[in-house]
Design a protein around this ligand. Structure first.
Ligand SMILES: Nc1ncnc2c1ncn2[C@@H]1O[C@H](COP(=O)(O)OP(=O)(O)O)[C@@H](O)[C@H]1O
Ligand SMILES: [Mg+2]
Length: 243
């Protein structure tokens, strides 16, 4: 059976400025894959390519074995890609419930409500906040809504951009705990993070992105263990991301 997501020698950028060079990676069904790297190396660009927000200049993006390079972002969402973008792109003047509703499409109210109720079990902290405006929530709560909204369409693959940014370590732990439970229930996840430790603890396979290229790939646990990586990269990033 084909992998869920395959990037094959992808090059992409903004206008004429190339950012990603020859990026290949795969996410199998039920996999948890992390791509970690410092600020500005191209992690968000990579996810924008996956979601169709920017086109590939060469290479291919396949989902369930077929090229999606020509599909729009909406078509990719319908094909089974759920996206929680950087910076918690919620509707701040809408409630938690209303934001969740925006994540579901082509389903009845009954199905939508059932999905929302199930996700509120995954993120129990959101339950008492359903009627609250998202703009008034804490950073961690907003991140949970962003992820729950991406899951409202019942995607096959959840694509996450820096879910831990700006969150206290305890909240990062809670968030990744919820992701681990979703993953254990069979959800495939592709997460990019500057906070390498949290992502590498969560993922099974990992890639290190440097200057728009995949510099290292391996088992997440191995990358987490490697002293060279820890010295060269994690230490630097930890200093930037851990209060
Ligand atoms: N909309 C854009 N237009 C032009 N350049 C961009 C745009 N977005 C990001 N870049 C550039 O692309 C590079 C990679 O950015 P990005 O993918 O956001 O990195 P990361 O997510 O790893 O921090 C950076 O040099 C950034 O300045
Ligand atoms: Mg980014």
């Amino acid at each position: 059976m084909s992998d869920l997501l395959e990037l094959d020698a992808v090059c992409a950028g903004y206008g004429r400025v190339p950012i990603l060079h020859d990026v290949s990676l795969r996410v199998g069904r039920g996999d948890a894959v992390a791509a970690v790297g410092a600020n500005g190396v191209g992690k968000s660009t990579l996810l924008r390519v996956v979601m169709g927000e920017i086109p590939v200049t060469s290479g291919d993006v396949r989902f369930e074995g077929r090229s999606i390079a020509g599909l729009t972002t909406t078509q990719r969402a319908r094909a089974g890609l759920g996206y929680a973008p950087e910076g918690r792109a919620l509707f701040p003047m809408m409630t938690v419930d209303e934001n969740l509703e925006m994540g579901a499409f082509r389903v009845s109210r009954k199905v939508r409500d059932a999905r929302a109720n199930r996700l509120l079990e995954v993120f129990p902290k959101l339950s008492p906040l359903r009627g609250r405006l998202c703009g008034l929530l804490s950073g961690g709560e907003q991140q949970m809504v962003t992820i729950a909204r991406a899951l409202m369409s019942e995607p096959k693959l959840l694509v996450l951009d820096e879910p831990s940014t700006g969150l206290a370590p305890r909240v990062v732990g809670e968030l990744y705990g919820a992701l681990a439970r979703l993953h254990a229930d069979g959800l495939a996840v592709l997460v990019v993070e500057q906070n390498a430790r949290a992502a590498l603890r969560f993922a099974s396979t990992a890639h290190v992105v440097e200057d728009g290229r995949i510099a290292r790939s391996g088992l997440a646990a191995e990358l987490l263990d490697e002293r060279t990586l820890a010295d060269a990269y994690l230490g630097r990033v930890r200093a930037l991301t851990t209060p």
